[in-house]
Design a binder for this molecule. Sequence first.
Ligand SMILES: CC(C)(COP(=O)(O)OP(=O)(O)OC[C@H]1O[C@@H](n2cnc3c(N)ncnc32)[C@H](O)[C@@H]1OP(=O)(O)O)[C@@H](O)C(=O)NCCC(=O)NCCS
Length: 190
Amino acid sequence: MILIRQRRPSDDGALLEVFNGSSFQRGAMTRGPFASKEELALWFQTLATCKLELVAEDSGEVIGFGVLALLDGERIEHGAWVILGVRETHHRRGLATELLETLLAAAKDVYRLRRVYLNVFADNEPAIKLYEKHGFQIEGTHRDFLWRDSGFVDACTMAKIFGANAPDKIDCSSSGQLKHAGGDAGLREV
Ligand SMILES: CC(C)(COP(=O)(O)OP(=O)(O)OC[C@H]1O[C@@H](n2cnc3c(N)ncnc32)[C@H](O)[C@@H]1OP(=O)(O)O)[C@@H](O)C(=O)NCCC(=O)NCCS
């Protein structure tokens, strides 16, 4: 059974394998592999002040993650960005769908955000299809965004706007995890 839950420090060894796997490196990384789980933990820590960090667990094994990182600043706090990754051995089983739907449900119904966006490499067809399927639209292209395999690759910004949600005041704890009256709302077994 797949469980979607919040990330714990003890997940970082398994997450290191997801981040350093070839599909994540090629599909999503703007830097080379992480040297250690401590370096990865620091990366998580510095992503954003307010964030929701989820992992997907299959029979006790962490095989994917998703992050919703809220923007800082009172005129943009209705927005957040997303990043997702699933271990190659578990692709095409609906895990990214479950992670993304959980993040989007939290964005809309718990945190009452209006705009969720992300950057995706223009040749990452699986991810673009996934996001389009969930209502994201391409807003623009960043030309020659990435240097990879001896050539430049474009990237796209994709965004989804939630209808009439009014921006809400977000309460961030000092630990950097999002706090809300909804608590762990959005987390579920699938
Ligand atoms: C993109 C990624 C997250 C998809 O994860 P996944 O768990 O395999 O995706 P799902 O099984 O939930 O697939 C959902 C939808 O995504 C699209 N999709 C996923 N893999 C695809 C592929 N290889 N080719 C075309 N479409 C694909 C399809 O629309 C699919 O729906 P369908 O199965 O009904 O056709 C995964 O390939 C990955 O981790 N890639 C490396 C990291 C990455 O690119 N992250 C995104 C950075 S912005």
